[in-house]
Each structure stands twice: as structure tokens, then as C-alpha cells.
Design a binder for this molecule. Structure first.
Ligand SMILES: NC(=O)c1ccc[n+]([C@@H]2O[C@H](COP(=O)([O-])OP(=O)(O)OC[C@H]3O[C@@H](n4cnc5c(N)ncnc54)[C@H](O)[C@@H]3O)[C@@H](O)[C@H]2O)c1
Ligand SMILES: [Zn+2]
Length: 363
């Protein structure tokens, strides 16, 4: 088992990565001293797949628990569901010192973390991510949120978990489409920070998609370590360091929103967002290396991620983009590639260039 420390002073926590490590959970809970009553937030599908394993582990460790299921959809990151759950937490919490366990992908993680952040001005929570995207990205770093109709993650907080436990064995049931979506974020880490990781994915993407434990563990370790380092340097995205994690997300989120969270998974939309950013960088002569441009396009295509935006209107994407949180002082803000392993932040990109870049990806 590998342990990555996220250094945030009083809010330090560990990210544990390994195969079949759920059994270690009760020991960690005891050490953390966060209570002995867990409210587990998940969805019916994940409960069926991983619920019994988690239950066994908690029972053996003498931790009491209760499951609360929400529908399996981005729509669960909504005001209605969040407040219904908060009500459930408060009922369960009577006479107890309750903490939350998020058992699921990014949707469950973001929603559970949001609830933990607001209930009684904050109770502890543990992330047990069950998607590749969750294990390499969304469970780490404390960005928790729910969505509004006009845009994603618009109501939220920075609220760090007490522990992130990534059990690779939980990924075995994950559909290929979801593995591909997770790999899109892994490619993102390669482009923003680590060209060796990028080459590793180029060589091993097929093994990763076939759930080879060693390859999976390697990329989860690498990506989690990059995210932990970036978050420890700029927890609240105030110094422009954490901003690079948004690579591909400005247009990516707009595509997700325009597709009403049904047309594309988060990872697929981010793959398209990265291609859009690459085209913007090309038009601005920031990214001119054609060989590297082809390597990025090829790896995304080889993984099986979309390379064209289908069925969405240009206007609806541009409109959704204008609600992006990365808009500051009326100026848009993009993370753009300079080379594989290096990105820059650029503000005030002319709308025409954005429109042309997105349009060139539309089918
Ligand atoms: N907080 C952050 O820093 C951050 C970062 C990236 C993404 N996100 C958010 O994460 C969400 C996307 O997360 P996601 O891609 O994990 O999607 P998701 O949570 O919707 O999960 C994808 C699908 O996989 C299913 N699933 C989960 N685990 C499974 C398993 N082990 N076996 C079989 N099926 C399983 C889910 O039920 C769901 O149908 C978005 O809401 C996005 O905004 C947050
Ligand atoms: Zn993302």
C-alpha cells in the first residue's frame, strides 16, 4: 500500500492507494478519532457492487453505519437532493458523533463533501472513490460542490476530507466508458505537469483499460501525487498554481452543461475541452509543436475518447462557458498547453478564437 501525504497544516490527510485495502479502514477511522458512526452516501448500483465489502470491514472494526442512497446521476449534485440528505444526516446524528463516508465516483464524492462541509458548519468525511476519475482526481483536494441549472459546481466550498482511500479492487466492475473517462484526466496530468506520465500512458493505455493492477496502481500513484503537491501549494486556488488542474475544463464544463450531463461523461467532455484548448493555443501560436499536437490527439483517440462534438449547438456551449467560475473581472481565463508537461494561464482570449476553435471540433 502506498501512502501520499497531503500537507495542509492542521488539515493534513493521507491518500492510501493499494489493492484490497478496504480492510484497513476501521483502523484508520480509529486513529483519526472522528467518531464511530458513519453515514455512508452512495447510489444503489455502487452499494450492490461495493456495499458488502465496506460493511464487512466496518463491522469487523466495530464502526456503526447507515447507508443513504441517491440516484445514479449528476442530477444528484442538486439543491433538492443535498438538503434531503442533510435532513437524513441530522436524524441519524442524534446523540452521535457522525462522520460521512462517500462511496462512489466524483458525483457522490462532491455531493457528500458538500454536505459534510455545511452540516453543523462541518463534520469529518472520508472519500472512498470507486471510479478511476475519483481515485486520481475528484476525491483529492477538497473541492466539494453541487450544481445549479445554469452551471456546474456553482455552490460549494474547499473542504478537505480526513482520509482518501483508493482501493484498486473496487475498479474491477467499472465500465470501459468510465475507465476511459478517468484516463482523460490522467492524460491531463501528463500534459500539465509530467511528460513521463504522458509517455507511460501512451505505452500502457491498453493494459490500463484491461485493468492491469500494476499499471493502474502506477498511474493512480502518479496522478494522486501531482494533485496532492499542487493542492498543498495552493489549496484555495489563490496563487494561480491550482488553476492548471482546470486544463480542458473551461470548454469541457461548457460541453457537459450544454449536453445536460447526458451527452458526455465528465472525462469525455474534458477530452474535448483539452482539444479545444490545444486549438486555441495553436491559433495564438503558444503551442506550435505539431509532433506533440499529434501525440495528444492520438492518445485521446487511442483511449477511445471523442474527438468531435456531436449534436450540440455552438451557442449553447459558448453560453455555458460564460457562466464558468474561471471568468474573472469579466475576462475569461484559459489554461493552455505550451508543450507536453507544461501549460500556461492566459486571460482575455478573444471570443472569436474560442468560437472558431470549438466550431472546428463540432461535427
Ligand atoms: N471535486 C473535484 O476536484 C472534481 C474533479 C473532477 C471531477 N469532479 C466531478 O466528478 C463527477 C464525475 O465523476 P465520475 O466520472 O466518477 O462520475 P460518476 O460519479 O457519475 O460515476 C460514473 C458512473 O460509474 C458508476 N460507478 C462508480 N463506481 C463504480 C464501480 N466501481 N463499478 C461500476 N460502476 C461504478 C456510477 O454509478 C456512475 O454511473 C462530476 O460531477 C465532476 O464535476 C470533481
Ligand atoms: Zn475534471
Amino acid at each position: 500500500m502506498k501512502k501520499i501525504k497531503l500537507n495542509l497544516g492542521k488539515r493534513n490527510y493521507s491518500i492510501l492507494i493499494g489493492n484490497r485495502i478496504l480492510k484497513n479502514l476501521p483502523g484508520c477511522i480509529k486513529k483519526l478519532n472522528i467518531g464511530r458512526d458513519a453515514l455512508i452516501i452512495t447510489n444503489p448500483k455502487i452499494k450492490k457492487i461495493a456495499g458488502a465489502k465496506l460493511e464487512n470491514s466496518l463491522k469487523k472494526g466495530g464502526i456503526s453505519y447507515r447507508f443513504e442512497c441517491v440516484p445514479d446521476s449528476e442530477k444528484s449534485k442538486s439543491q433538492r437532493i443535498a438538503f434531503k440528505l442533510i435532513d437524513k444526516v441530522s436524524k441519524y446524528a442524534k446523540g452521535k458523533r457522525v462522520f460521512i463516508i462517500a462511496l462512489g465516483g466524483g458525483v457522490i464524492g462532491d455531493l457528500s463533501g458538500f454536505i459534510a462541509s455545511v452540516y453543523k458548519r462541518g463534520i469529518p468525511y472520508i472519500q472512498i472513490p470507486t471510479t478511476l476519475l475519483g481515485q486520481i482526481d475528484s476525491s483529492i483536494g477538497g473541492k466539494v460542490a453541487i450544481d445549479l441549472d445554469c452551471g456546474k459546481n456553482l455552490v460549494g466550498a474547499f473542504y478537505q476530507p480526513s482520509l482518501v482511500l483508493c482501493d484498486i479492487s473496487l475498479l474491477k466492475s467499472l465500465p470501459k466508458k468510465q475507465l476511459r473517462a478517468g484516463l482523460a484526466e490522467a492524460v491531463k496530468y501528463g500534459i500539465i505537469k509530467d511528460k513521463l506520465l504522458f509517455s507511460y500512458i501512451e505505452k500502457n493505455y491498453s493494459n490500463i483499460l484491461n485493468l492491469n493492477n500494476q499499471n493502474l496502481e502506477h498511474i493512480i500513484n502518479k496522478c494522486a501525487a501531482i494533485k496532492a503537491k499542487i493542492v498543498s501549494l495552493d489549496e484555495k486556488e489563490k496563487k494561480g498554481i491550482r488553476t492548471i488542474l482546470n486544463y480542458g475544463h473551461t470548454i469541457g464544463h461548457a460541453i457537459e452543461t450544454a449536453g445536460r450531463f447526458k451527452a458526455y461523461t465528465h472525462g469525455e467532455a474534458i477530452a474535448l475541452g483539452m482539444l479545444a484548448a490545444q486549438r486555441i493555443a495553436g491559433k495564438l501560436k503558444i503551442f506550435t509543436n505539431q509532433k506533440e499536437e499529434k501525440r495528444i490527439t492520438d492518445i485521446l483517440a487511442n483511449i477511445g475518447l471523442p474527438s468531435k462534438i456531436k449534436g450540440l449547438k455552438l451557442n449553447s456551449i459558448i453560453k455555458a462557458q460564460s457562466f464558468d467560475k474561471k471568468f474573472i473581472h469579466g475576462k475569461n481565463r484559459f489554461v493552455l498547453p505550451k508543450a507536453i508537461g507544461r501549460v500556461i494561464i492566459k486571460e482575455g482570449i478573444p471570443l472569436k478564437i474560442i468560437q472558431k476553435s470549438v466550431e472546428s471540433l463540432r461535427e
